[in-house]
Design a protein around this ligand. Structure first.
Ligand code: GLP
Length: 263
């Protein structure tokens, strides 16, 4: 074990979540990339479930570096992204489609025919959601699902609600999410109020889950997710039930954990 990253375990019965607390964002990004890289190296035809947001940007940079160094080959890799704003054209520089090209796909040897992001511009958005769900199921889920986390505990765009929603669906974004994401737009009015998101079933179907989070503004969500009850009001809390989930977070995001103990 290196001093710049420490594994933590929960004393909570039945929780399988492993937590790696990293000294800073740089270490977090390298460790997260190493986990994804191991999946790509083990199976060159693996399906990666990918996420947008600022949290995984450093991880993507490290994956690009591993490709440039000749260590990783993405030519047969398939990707299924979590979510997309609706309505928003994929060519819009705020779309998640654009984000993925810009932060990863344009810099590696992936075949763009193997890349999947929900269609935020679909004429019939509910039909697009059904087709996306079929894609996930036909593929038998992903080999690893990368997740960030919203300040309100959302994963993908599965917002806090009274029930968990299983399939891919259209979401009404909460005020807190619109506010948090407005930092990427010129003004808050430009943030789409809806999105299309993989549901909880698609996420839980992944063989492995990797959640990355950094910064103090995620500390509450991380503590509730790992130490609170499993509830749709904190959507990420469902991950307590996944058999192979790793959180790679920085010290600030870990700062409100009470129960987790060094391994
Ligand atoms: C968005 C995305 C999520 C992401 C979250 C956190 O709402 N739909 O998938 O995890 O933001 O983003 P960030 O990593 O920028 O804090």
């Amino acid at each position: 074990m290196s001093a710049n990253a420490i594994w933590y375990v929960s004393p909570k019965k039945g929780s399988n979540v492993k937590v790696l607390v990293c000294k800073d964002y740089d270490i977090l990004s390298r460790r997260a990339a190493a986990l994804v890289a191991s999946v790509v190296a083990d199976d060159p035809k693996a399906t990666l479930g990918l996420a947008t947001g600022s949290s995984p940007v450093g991880m993507y940079q490290n994956l690009i570096k591993l490709y440039e160094d000749g260590i990783l080959d993405f030519s047969k890799i398939k990707t299924i992204n979590l979510d997309e704003y609706y309505p928003l054209d994929p060519s819009n520089d705020q779309s998640y489609h654009y984000f993925m090209n810009d932060n990863l796909f344009d810099h590696i040897n992936i075949d763009k025919n193997n890349v999947h992001v929900p269609d935020g511009n679909a004429a019939d958005i509910n039909k697009a959601a059904e087709e996306y769900e079929k894609l996930i199921n036909d593929n038998n889920g992903t080999d690893i699902q990368v997740l960030g986390i919203g300040q309100n505990g959302h994963i993908g765009f599965n917002e806090p609600a009274d029930t968990f929603v299983g399939p891919t669906h259209v979401v009404e974004l909460t005020e807190s999410t619109i506010k948090a994401n407005s930092r990427f737009f010129d003004k808050i009015e430009d943030v789409p109020t809806k999105a299309i998101s993989m549901g909880i079933a698609g996420i839980m179907k992944a063989k492995k889950v990797l959640l990355v989070a950094n910064g103090e503004n995620k500390a509450d969500a991380i503590a509730k997710t790992l130490e609170g009850p499993i509830t749709p009001h904190v959507p990420a809390s469902i991950l307590q039930l996944h058999p192979d989930v790793t959180f790679i977070i920085d010290e600030a995001a870990a700062s409100k954990l009470q129960e987790y103990r060094p391994e």
